[in-house]
Design a protein around this ligand. Sequence first.
Ligand SMILES: Cc1cc2nc3c(=O)[nH]c(=O)nc-3n(C[C@H](O)[C@H](O)[C@H](O)COP(=O)(O)OP(=O)(O)OC[C@H]3O[C@@H](n4cnc5c(N)ncnc54)[C@H](O)[C@@H]3O)c2cc1C
Length: 446
Amino acid sequence: MPAGFSSICCNVSDAGCARSGDQDLDAAVIGAGPAGLMASEALLERGFSVELYDSMPTPARKFLLAGKGGLNLTHSEPFENFLERYGPGRARLEPHLRAFGPSQLRDWAAQLGISTFVGSSGRVFPREMKAAPLLRAWLRRLREQGVKLHSRHRWVGWTAGGELLVRTPEGEITVAAPAVVLALGGASWSRLGSDGAWVPWLRQRGLAVATLRPSNCGFEVEWSEKFRQRYAGHPVKSVTLSHAEVVRRGELMVTEYGLEGSLIYPYSPALRDEIEARGEATVQLDLAPDRTLERLQRELALPRGSRSLSEHLRRRAHIEGVKAGLLRELVSASLEEDLSRLGACIKALPLRLRATRPLEEAISSAGGLVFDELGPDLMLRRLPGVFAAGEMLDWEAPTGGYLLTACLATGRAAGVGAANWLSRARAAAPERADNKSGGQPAGGRS
Ligand SMILES: Cc1cc2nc3c(=O)[nH]c(=O)nc-3n(C[C@H](O)[C@H](O)[C@H](O)COP(=O)(O)OP(=O)(O)OC[C@H]3O[C@@H](n4cnc5c(N)ncnc54)[C@H](O)[C@@H]3O)c2cc1C
């Protein structure tokens, strides 16, 4: 593969195929989210030219949205615990996270002028909490390094000759580059650009892609009309949730259709898989996590006098508002006067989940391009010169900064891999280095 392979960027409908792109293009990066930007940076730092294509009018829209409620960049827990959060994906991600993990990420942000801090939960945020200042500084640096960003340029697959086919406002063009990085994201919040349309295009090239499924998602519960009307939008504060012997404490949000919130999101893989297998999953809520069952039963057994049951529960167990609503919703009326059994229900209230909310609404996607298709440098084994990174790969992780860290780490690894590929090609074919029109595009068929 020759270095400096020419980028042929032409209007496909033009019979003469006039060139309009950079004649010395080394790498085309598709997707200007965190993974694609990081891949571009790694290539630029190593002296390679990069053209970056994104279907949206502006880059990194999901990253900007992630910054709305406080951009959780990474996590400060011990690295071994950090790695464990990636579950079955750990083995494939570990080398990339070792090369670019939480501490490298914080140093990298600092070099962009963005200082970070560790919140009380151990999560790491930029001092200003938002994504916009970081993105602005990052794009400025990338432009200084020479990146060419093409917005409203949607990659739609490959031509028969293996060039990238790109739809622009002016029509379709083809792009040929000796190295290509795909960083197309998952398929949630498609209005921000990542719509998963790439899945069939990769499958058509014989690549295995695990079906994209919701991760860090809400779940559906069949609420009664009365409960829904009264409590939709109410937070359920400080409860524990257990499922399959995993117990966590936190907050839930009752919604029109079920439950959302940081407490239930980490259970997404297990609950989603159970619902797919059995049609439903049951979790247990502890509405009074600060009291043992014995203490609760003792307090509930105290004389109630003329007080109503609701008042008794409020006084003795601090069960009121949405917690009392949940108890009424999920416990049969016949149990209500059996205070000992009611105490047991408060400590382990079974809640049946019927379905995950749609992928479109999820924070992230599970599934994606399977790692067996990729070499250790994230190059596609079947498409030499084509690399892939970010959420489009088959891994999932909970919220807490793990998503962005792995997207940036794999983006960097794919960029470094592509740079090494280009260097090897340059070394192998020095005599062709000046031949700007020779060679073959990455992933070409011939
Ligand atoms: C509400 C919300 C909050 C979040 N908060 C956090 C958080 O605080 N911390 C955290 O770690 N993670 C968070 N995430 C997740 C995080 O934002 C994503 O995991 C991350 O953005 C994925 O990066 P990526 O580069 O792989 O893909 P994306 O950011 O999805 O970028 C993919 C890019 O590819 C472009 N693209 C797609 N297809 C094409 C095509 N065919 N042609 C051209 N361009 C294309 C898209 O337009 C997009 O710009 C949050 C997500 C959501 C939805």
